[in-house]
Design a protein around this ligand. Structure first.
Ligand code: HEM
Length: 220
């Protein structure tokens, strides 16, 4: 029973993780619109809100995406916390032999990385979507909020740290998801590891591009 349960929770983690990764791929590509200038970026932001019109009214598509993402985040955190609790209950006094450095490093970054990325997402929405914590405020265009945010080195540094942690989280997550959803196969392990590293690196660099371009006035 406990075993089925944990297999189910791992599948929930993997599937919700994949949904979020698909969003991140679309998001990183969308961010590159910032290099096409204010008009292009703001009209892209408008398009996200009206996509599907007039077949569906207003921001229907955007809200569907938001709800799917929210469910994915909640499911991911729920499964993570309950798997961790389950593992703790099964082994209350910890391993007799110490975990390998790589193993404990991975689980630490997954846990703390996950918490920091979650805090980052909340700040990020208040900053760029709602403008609550943005110097330009809500009454501004998305492009102006973007430039205002990353002109501040402290904000850019926070974004950079979060995105790098996200990359590390993803590298390990992709690896874990293939262990859960695929069959582990020693021969394929190297390929999967290399793919996870390459994918996480490209995505992270993609996310870093816009903040640093604003900071160094390539985008203004
Ligand atoms: C560091 C580079 C990033 C930049 C430049 C960036 C840029 C933006 C911008 C401009 C918006 C507002 C779009 C609009 O109002 O039209 C936005 C929204 C959002 N971003 Fe990012 N983002 C970055 C990284 C991330 C990461 C790493 C995540 C997730 C882990 C993320 C998740 C979101 C979410 C959930 C929204 C809210 C979408 C909504 O409901 O309207 N972003 N981002």
């Amino acid at each position: 029973m406990a075993k089925t349960n944990s297999v189910f929770k791992k599948a929930v983690m993997a599937v919700s993780g994949i949904i979020m990764v698909l969003y991140l791929i679309a998001h990183v590509v969308g961010n590159l619109k910032a290099f096409s200038g204010r008009e292009a970026f703001n009209s892209y932001s408008g398009w996200i809100r009206t996509v599907g019109n007039p077949a569906v009214p207003g921001e229907t598509t955007l809200w569907i995406i938001r709800i799917v993402l929210l469910v994915a985040v909640v499911a991911h955190v729920w499964a993570a916390v309950s798997l961790w609790r389950q593992a703790k209950r099964a082994r209350p006094e910890g391993y007799v032999t110490k975990k390998s450095a790589a193993q404990s490093y991975a689980s630490r970054t997954m846990r703390w990385g996950g918490v920091i990325v979650l805090a980052f997402i909340i700040f990020h929405i208040l900053d760029l979507t709602l403008g609550t914590v943005n110097a330009e405020g809500f009454d501004s265009t998305p492009y102006d909020r973007l430039v205002a945010s990353f002109s501040n080195p402290v904000v850019t540094a926070f974004y950079a740290i979060s995105v790098i942690l996200l990359g590390m989280h993803l590298r390990h997550g992709i690896w874990s998801a293939t262990q859960t959803l695929g069959q582990s196969n020693r021969r394929r392990e190297t390929t999967v590891n290399l793919f996870a590293l390459g994918f996480a690196t490209v995505l992270t660099l993609g996310f870093l591009l816009v903040p640093f371009s604003v900071l160094f006035n390539i985008i203004d």
